[in-house]
Design a protein around this ligand. Structure first.
Ligand code: NAG
Ligand code: NAG
Length: 489
């Protein structure tokens, strides 16, 4: 359900269809996600077949997927240097590089309430470690070992899953092996109070479980969010747990504020619309050119032509993104106006989720984010998502192993149909059933934790089997007992 390939839908029309405050929460752009991989050279169950390795395997084993862990950044000063906190001023000092944990001044009365507050204010939060260093080490080694058993590992492209900017990025959906189960149980036991508070129920469904791995060479992704539209009150929450200290050169997830909040007056979308307001203020072709905005707002006949399109055009967004940079001293991400050197002119929009080993980045699926550029080696994350019980979330891609999913046909109300149309989503109609779509849910609920493993750590057959081929899950499922046996609906 996230970080998927971009859809054909043009930005302009997607944005043009929403009213801004709605967009802020509901718009999403392109999909994709990142991660990387590597391993420390353990012999694996599948080692025999992999050892006649392809050049791609060799390249990955020989460096691009090296693990730079454990780095053991237990001492705060060392983390400070690597993750860059301590120099930021004011509210920004709260964006700690030791995880980008955002603490509200008076937060902390209850961990659960704090989590909901932070999710609603910022769209994300980072926790202290929810896995110990040794648990994280063991889990990382296991996930890399699984990845090495994947056919993709030996292929040139190095792309597993339905990801955008999918070079050296692997999204391996997981079985509940012994090690995966132990790690997930451990993480959920710590996060459970927050998750219960967020969902207001223990019936939330596990709808994603995967290893997200990137290796050196994976590029920065485009900004995207994971869900287009969400039924009233439904939530989809994703948890990324770093299995090594994830410094900026490993390409941690960048997360953007989706609404004004105590740290910034701007969300990503209203900041990108700012360019148009600047051009209106300048109101003069010469000065508009001097400010670098000529290509955007001066047309072929040399006249000032500021579009009145609703939403942001692709050209505006490209220009905007080209001037978005990370401040390595505090891991903030800001738009730096090309016409100004004044630090005070930058618009802070988000933060780099550089986190220490074992900590979790938790974010709402509507939060804009992107995978960072990895120049160093394996970045391994265990990730999972929960959605509200029986949620209808369009735009998500459910990649969980089929054995853990339930797919059903859902008749759509007028409002649901209109919402889906507004986001360019398709649904089906049939004379008998009217308008309907498929809803994917998870069989495993929050209340079912701790889970029991259903595979040993040594089993490998499943790794290349049963991969979800259709992101809409329209194939191969036993939908409504239709016994499709692999046929399209
Ligand atoms: C821009 O300048 C023109 C001509 O001087 C003026 O008529 C117009 O009102 C100005 N627009 C804005 C937005 O200030
Ligand atoms: C350029 O912009 C002016 C003012 O908006 C408009 O009247 C004119 O038709 C535009 N020319 C072209 C070629 O788009």
């Amino acid at each position: 359900m996230r970080d998927r390939r971009p859809r054909a839908r043009p930005v302009k029309s997607a944005l043009g269809r929403c009213i801004l405050p709605v967009c802020v929460f509901f718009a999403l752009f392109w999909l994709s996600r990142a991660s990387s991989e590597t391993e420390t050279g353990t012999i694996t169950a599948s080692g025999a077949s992999l050892s006649k390795s392809s050049t791609s395997t060799q390249k990955r084993d020989a460096g691009s997927c090296d693990v730079h862990a454990p780095t053991r950044l237990r001492q705060r000063e060392r983390r400070e240097r690597l993750f860059g906190w301590g120099r930021a001023q004011g509210a920004l000092r709260l964006l700690r590089g030791d995880g980008i944990e955002i603490k509200l001044r008076n937060a902390g009365r209850s961990a659960g309430r704090g989590a909901v507050n932070r999710l609603d204010k910022y769209g994300f939060f980072v926790t202290d470690p929810v896995l110990s260093e040794s648990e994280a080490d063991i889990t990382r080694a296991h996930l890399l070992d699984l990845l090495r058993s994947s056919k993709t590992y030996a292929e040139d492209e190095g792309c597993l899953g339905d990801l955008a900017d999918c070079t050296e990025r692997f999204d391996l959906s997981l079985r509940l092996t012994k090690t995966v189960t132990r790690a997930v149980n451990s993480i959920v036991s710590k996060l459970k109070p927050a998750l219960v508070e967020i969902f207001d129920s223990e019936d939330a469904e596990l709808v994603e479980l995967s290893a997200l791995i990137t290796c050196a060479g994976s590029p920065e992704q485009r900004v995207h969010s994971d869900a287009d539209s969400i039924g009233n009150g439904d939530r989809l929450i994703s948890v990324f747990v770093s299995l090594q200290d994830t410094t900026a050169d490993l390409g941690p997830t960048n997360v953007f504020f989706n609404s004004p909040n105590p740290i910034t007056d701007f969300d990503y979308f209203s900041a990108s619309q700012m360019l148009r307001r600047v051009a209106e203020e300048l109101n003069n072709t010469d000065t508009i050119r001097e400010h670098g905005l000529g290509d955007l707002y001066i047309n072929a006949t040399g006249m000032l032509d500021i579009t009145s399109e609703e939403g942001v055009t692709k050209a505006e967004l490209d220009f905007f993104n080209a001037h978005v940079r990370v401040d390595e001293t505090d891991n903030t991400i800001a738009f730096y106006p090309p016409w100004s050197d004044a630090a005070s002119d930058r618009l802070i929009l988000g933060v780099v989720g550089a986190t220490r080993q074992g900590s979790a980045l938790v974010y709402d699926s509507r939060t804009s984010h992107r995978g960072g550029r990895n120049t160093r080696g394996a970045r391994v994350q265990l990730m999972f998502s929960f959605q509200s019980k029986r949620a209808l979330i369009s735009g998500s891609t459910f990649t969980m192993r089929r054995r853990y999913q339930r797919v059903e046909r859902l008749p759509l109300t007028l409002i649901q149909r209109a919402t889906m149309r507004a986001f360019g989503q398709e649904f089906k109609t049939s004379p008998k059933a009217g308008a309907w779509t498929l809803r994917t849910g998870g069989k495993i609920r929050l209340r079912d934790f701790p889970l029991r493993p259903d595979a040993s750590d040594r089993e490998r057959e499943w790794v290349n089997e049963d991969l979800v081929r259709s992101t809409n899950n329209e194939r191969d499922f036993d939908v409504d007992g239709l016994h499709l046996d692999g046929a399209d609906i």
